[in-house]
Design a protein around this ligand. Structure first.
Ligand code: TRP
Length: 448
């Protein structure tokens, strides 16, 4: 086990990569449609609370386990505790999650690539609303187009991970992340000029608690996990490439802050466009693929806006998908001492294969139902509502109870003196976060 591990070149490079992992389809696609469907402000408020009270503590826990363990998502549990500890099963479940999440994430990534090309080739312009809306249906009905784009997306992800931590993941994040922030900044400034801007702000930021449902609250807790890439070892893996002696709490707060900022700004931009044209915010998952293209096709500057927007989403999706693939690659390369290039290619092919089931869920396999779900929905539900929350509960308990106060002192680097932060983190990871996430988990299991 003495092969030297790569490390991020700087702390900043690590933060970029962690933000790259966190900011993805979860922020730009899922968050806006969930907020829209759950009435806006009240959902956003609960989401913010979850990020602070559940997301940040578990983020610190994962970072600590990775950084202290300096190994992959399975072996880091052993390195921080003891050899063959049963807690390493969290890592195995994480590996399963990596395969499953990436398989359908890549299919949605493929839709984004398809829409990026459509926008670059100006295909929304001069079409009727029905025609523009029809693009998504046509894509869904065509097995080849969907599998093809899924292949392109996986190839891109594999291509980045092949380069390794420094020359692949770090290098690409240094290009993708600043571009993403620049594009988002431009879109945000543009949204000030839209007449729907103020309505968008009040929709997202003035909570109307009467619109909140129990299901909405649970969705918010679950999403706080997905959006921060928690519960399956992605942050453990990234944290393991961090040199020892970095203040973890600050890093966790920075990443959570930037991730939330991106989600909120994306929400403001999207709903400004929606309200400017008097459309309904509750469009659901098709918001990004039907509502927005229709609006882009009508707006002055809509061409540029559409291209910028879909490229933004594509970049965000790539920087997240690499973090999912790296979890599996790091495990096989380190534990089984396999060659990195061959392992990456092989895992990429397997995940591509599993993803084909999701790509065919809207056409050839649409009638195949497992527990009443298509493959696509099954994979999404199984991971977002069961594996990730379960992983999160266990990671939190492992950190709070098994590693305990010493780990917390080290994570916060405050030394031994008692402090409110220390007690806060101890009891959030011991009780508050596990209980909150358990409730989501029970609901997830009941949905099956
Ligand atoms: N956080 C990413 C998003 O919001 C998705 C993601 C990347 C992820 N890595 C993960 C989700 C690990 C769960 C676990 O799109």
């Amino acid at each position: 086990m003495s092969t030297a591990r790569s490390h991020w070149s700087t702390r900043f490079a690590f933060i970029l990569a962690a933000v790259g992992s966190a900011v993805g389809l979860g922020n730009l696609w899922k968050f806006p449609y969930m907020a829209g469907a759950n009435g806006g402000g009240a959902f956003v408020l609960i989401y913010l609370l979850c990020i602070a009270a559940v997301g940040v503590p578990i983020f610190i826990a994962e970072l600590y386990i990775g950084q202290k363990g300096q190994k992959n998502a399975v072996a880091s549990f052993e390195a921080t505790h003891e050899k063959n500890t049963p807690w390493r099963c969290i890592g195995f479940m994480g590996l399963a999650s990596a395969f499953i999440i990436l398989s359908f994430y890549s299919v949605v990534g493929g839709w984004i690539l398809d829409f990026s090309f459509k926008s670059i080739f100006n295909q929304f312009a001069g079409k009727s609303d029905e025609e523009v809306k029809g693009f998504l249906g046509a894509l869904f009905e065509s097995p080849w187009t969907q599998v093809g784009w899924h292949f392109v997306f996986m190839t891109g992800t594999v291509g980045i991970v092949l380069g390794g931590v420094r020359n692949g993941i770090e290098k690409w994040n240094k290009i993708l992340m600043p571009t993403l922030f620049a594009l988002l900044g431009v879109l945000f400034i543009y949204s000030f000029t839209l007449s729907g801007f103020s309505q968008s702000i009040s929709f997202l930021f003035s909570p109307d608690t009467s619109k909140l449902t129990a299901a909405g609250v649970l969705e918010a807790v679950g999403h706080s996990f997905f959006t921060l890439s928690l519960g399956m070892g992605a942050i453990i893996t990234y944290g393991s490439y961090l040199k020892k002696k970095e203040g973890l709490a600050k890093i966790a707060i920075t990443v959570a802050f930037l991730d939330t900022l991106v989600a909120l700004i994306a929400g403001v931009v999207i709903f400004s466009v929606v309200f400017t044209h008097g459309m309904e915010p509750g469009g659901g998952p098709t918001l990004l693929f039907q509502t927005l293209p229709v609006l882009f096709s009508k707006m002055t500057g809509g061409y540029i806006l559409a291209v910028a927007f879909f490229l933004l989403v594509a970049f965000a999706a790539f920087s997240s998908s690499v973090s999912l693939l790296e979890v599996a690659v790091a495990y096989w390369v380190e534990t089984k001492k396999k060659d990195r290039v061959r392992t990456t290619l092989l895992i990429g092919i397997v995940i591509f294969g599993i993803g084909v089931l999701s790509a065919l869920s809207t056409n050839v396999l649409s009638d195949v139902k497992i527990f009443k779900f298509t493959f696509f929905d099954l994979f999404d539900k199984l991971t977002s509502s069961i594996f990730l929350p379960l992983g999160g509960v266990l990671i939190s308990l492992f950190y709070g109870w098994v590693l305990g106060p010493k780990a917390i002192e080290e994570s916060l680097s405050l030394g031994k003196k008692p402090s409110l932060m220390k007690i806060g983190l101890l009891w959030t990871t011991r009780v508050l976060a596990p209980v909150a996430v358990m409730i989501v988990l029970v609901k997830g299991v009941m949905d099956f």
